[in-house]
Design a protein around this ligand. Structure first.
Ligand code: PHE
Length: 447
């Protein structure tokens, strides 16, 4: 791409970054991870991680992207000429493919539920029947692969027609609506019988329930949810204008993203306990619980439809930002035309996503450490690739990058005050690397 255009307004830039951050990570994955890891204590660690690692890494990606107005590889070459740091870009690209591989399968499930909601098939069942319904979906290879492929076709059609900006505009109306609807569902869920148990699970930190594996999960979840560690925000911020406040924008993205995750938790857990679903159900958790909530509401049909439609749009803005990573890379670094870059990205994504979609049925006996292909991709993406990317970004901006670049970007050349620069540097130099390295060493049994 020879001509690079900026986002027209500050709102446009923030909306795109929030669009990337808010997605299935918040609505589907956050509740299931919190459920598996015992609730309250996990959430505390998660919030702590957002403050001391998430926001600093968001800002670091912004600094790399906006100071160079380039994709990750070109940016690292410009910032550190003659050095090999740019090679890390390949890890980011592989990471982005793995995320989109398993993520699009869940987007496929969302389309199936949207379809079921439209047919009226989501009402009038018992919790056990909702559970069976999900099992029957994932054990059917045709349905799983079919919906996943349909989602990917929509995603790449949007990208090839160059209407991502249009989708982002639609999403900037849909997002506030999603936010409102989540609040309505939270209220509904809180009035279910036995709801207080869910609240206690969510907000009472019982540290005896949290393992170091759970801490790693909280870190990984924070990185996945904020879209950091695979250069997605480097790509987005390369289009930012030079006069926006990176600190303010980064903090806004993190706060909104966390709010959506917590609201999703408040929506799901009272219902989990009220309907007697296991909080540790994992990836299937929200699909077993949500239909039960809709069924309790007058006009449940419309609520269900609206909800899945909004979640669909939230997911689409996330997958657009994910696919943009390899596409921009191929166009700018390998001089491919946009259609060709999209084609290659789509082909590779289709292969990975199909493997993930088949891992609950045809390929369900292929397992590594007891995890099927989908679970391995889900785990490796956030707990390995994104955390490694976060570590690299923190060390690079904290220790290697010229401090003047950091200072100039945060203060817009000295014009902005109160950018929390010393705090940022402290977190990037010490807190983030030490925590991530410690947890890796511990879990690989080295310490
Ligand atoms: N943050 C997105 C979500 O929570 C997922 C995502 C990860 C998007 C990485 C882009 C890059 O759903």
């Amino acid at each position: 791409m020879s001509k690079r255009v900026g986002f027209a307004t500050r709102m446009g830039a923030i909306a795109a970054a929030v669009g990337s951050a808010v997605g299935l990570g918040n609505i589907w994955r956050f509740p299931y991870e919190a459920g598996v890891n015992g609730g309250g204590a996990f959430i505390l660690v998660y919030i702590g991680c957002i403050i001391v690692m998430g926001i600093p890494v968001i800002l670091s990606e912004f600094i790399i992207g906006r100071s160079t107005h380039s994709n990750m590889k070109a940016a690292l070459k410009k910032l550190s000429p003659g050095k090999k740091y740019y090679l890390f870009t390949y890890v980011c690209i592989l990471g982005s493919f793995i995320v989109i591989g398993f993520y699009s399968v869940v987007c496929g499930w969302i389309i199936e539920y949207l379809y079921q909601a439209a047919l009226g098939g989501l009402s009038g069942h018992t919790p056990q029947e909702y559970s069976d319904m999900f099992t029957s979906l994932i054990s059917n290879p045709w349905r799983c692969v079919g919906w996943t492929v349909l989602f990917l076709i929509l995603n790449f059609m949007v990208m090839s027609r160059g209407i991502e900006k249009g989708i982002e505009r639609v999403a900037s109306i849909m997002m506030p609506l999603l936010f409102l609807i989540l609040i309505v569902f939270c209220v509904k869920s809180l009035f279910l019988p036995g709801a207080s148990k869910g609240l206690k699970f969510l907000f009472y930190p019982d540290f005896s329930q949290l393992t170091l594996r759970g801490v790693l999960d909280a870190f990984g979840q924070a990185f996945l949810s904020l879209s950091i560690g695979i250069s997605c925000l480097v790509t987005y911020s390369s289009y930012f204008k030079d006069d926006t406040s990176l600190t303010k924008d980064g903090a806004t993205v993190a706060v909104l993203d966390t709010l959506v995750a917590i609201l999703s938790g408040i929506m799901i857990f009272p219902a989990v306990f009220s309907f007697g679903v296991e909080p540790t159900a994992g990836p299937r958790l929200i699909f077993e619980v949500l239909p039960g909530i809709f069924q309790q509401m007058s006009g449940g049909y419309v609520w269900a439809l609206l909800f899945f439609l909004l979640v669909f749009f939230a997911s689409l803005t996330s997958t657009i930002s994910l696919s943009e990573i390899p596409i921009t890379f191929l166009i700018e670094e390998h001089k491919q035309s946009r259609p060709k870059a999209i084609l290659w990205t789509a082909l590779f994504t289709f292969v990975l996503a199909t493997l993930a979609a088949l891992s609950f049925n045809v390929l369900d006996d292929i397992k590594l450490f007891g995890k099927n292909i989908f679970d391995i991709m889900d785990y490796a993406a956030s707990n390995v690739f994104m955390l490694l990317g976060g570590l690299f970004t923190a060390v690079y901006v904290g220790w290697i990058l010229d401090r003047k670049v950091v200072h100039d970007q945060l203060t817009n050349g000295g014009r902005l005050k109160g950018t929390a620069e010393p705090y940022l540097i402290f977190c990037l130099r010490y807190v983030a690397p030490v925590s991530i390295i410690f947890i890796f060493l511990y879990l690989t049994g080295i310490i």
